[in-house]
Design a protein around this ligand. Structure first.
Ligand SMILES: N[C@@H](CCC(=O)N[C@@H](CS)C(=O)NCC(=O)O)C(=O)O
Length: 237
């Protein structure tokens, strides 16, 4: 079992955007997983072009590459013996896994839709991901990537629905998070579990004031989600 502090871990990120630790909820999740496990890491913003699965995050840990935030979690658990869900009952583990995957496989796509497909949100948000590209090429790069994201949304399925329907379904996710969190500090009580890393990434990402959407308003209208974001941000970032 490797000891925390004995390894060199590099986390490949997009970089901080919109006042968030990273523009991506999955990268933010990986950061919080590493922090919760007490592992120090360095960040490298230059990894997207060599990402083994074409997505961020991925890590390099003593030369071993692990791509995907959930596989990073499993790697930390296996290599460092850190159990993110220690102390949880089987039922709590099952619920927290379901919550995490609701965020990542459903709410995420609603977040992509509101950030990328709404013209005003795109202009204040993802359009800036390409600010470092040469000015004459920027409009073309923005249009190409936006077209790819539209196609991803269509292939995933959520992008086939009307905007109002996407919003109604995403707000059900938000209600679920708020009800399950209740008055607790963390999703499953007094201590963080694995799903909190993911939930924080999405709650924080939806609370950024830049983006205008009923989905973001639904998060902002739930004080327990706002204080959850504030508390974790203050303690870990
Ligand atoms: N299942 C992956 C999802 C990661 C993901 O979707 N990353 C997005 C950013 S939020 C990405 O890198 N997208 C770039 C692309 O699709 O080209 C994980 O958990 O790490």
């Amino acid at each position: 079992m490797a000891k925390a502090g004995s390894s060199m871990i590099t986390l490949y990120t997009f970089g901080p955007f919109f006042g968030l630790p990273d523009g991506s909820p999955f990268v933010t999740k990986a950061m919080l997983l590493l922090k919760l496990a007490g592992l120090s890491y360095s960040q490298d913003r230059g990894g997207y072009g060599k990402a083994p699965k074409g997505k961020l995050p991925f890590i390099k840990d003593d030369g071993v590459i692990v791509a995907d935030s959930t596989l990073i979690r499993l790697h930390i658990e296996a290599k460092y013996g850190f159990d993110f869900d220690r102390g949880l009952t089987q039922e709590q583990k099952a619920v927290s896994w379901a919550v995490e995957k609701m965020c990542e496989e459903h709410l995420y796509w609603a977040m992509v839709d509101l950030r990328w497909m709404d013209d005003a949100n795109f202009a204040v948000g993802p359009a800036h991901f390409f600010d470092s590209a040469p000015a004459p090429l920027r409009p073309m790069i923005r249009a190409i990537v936006r077209r790819k994201v539209r196609k991803d949304l269509y292939c995933q399925g959520l992008g086939r629905h009307a905007k109002g329907d996407i919003e109604r379904m995403a707000i059900r996710d938000i209600e679920t998070l708020s009800v399950l969190l209740g008055n607790q500090k963390w999703l499953m009580g007094e201590a963080p579990c694995g799903a909190d890393a993911s939930m924080f990434g999405f709650v924080a990402g939806l609370l950024t004031p830049e983006f205008k959407s009923p989905i973001c308003e639904a998060v902002a209208a739930r004080p327990n989600l706002v204080t959850y974001r504030d508390r974790i941000r203050a303690e870990y970032f």
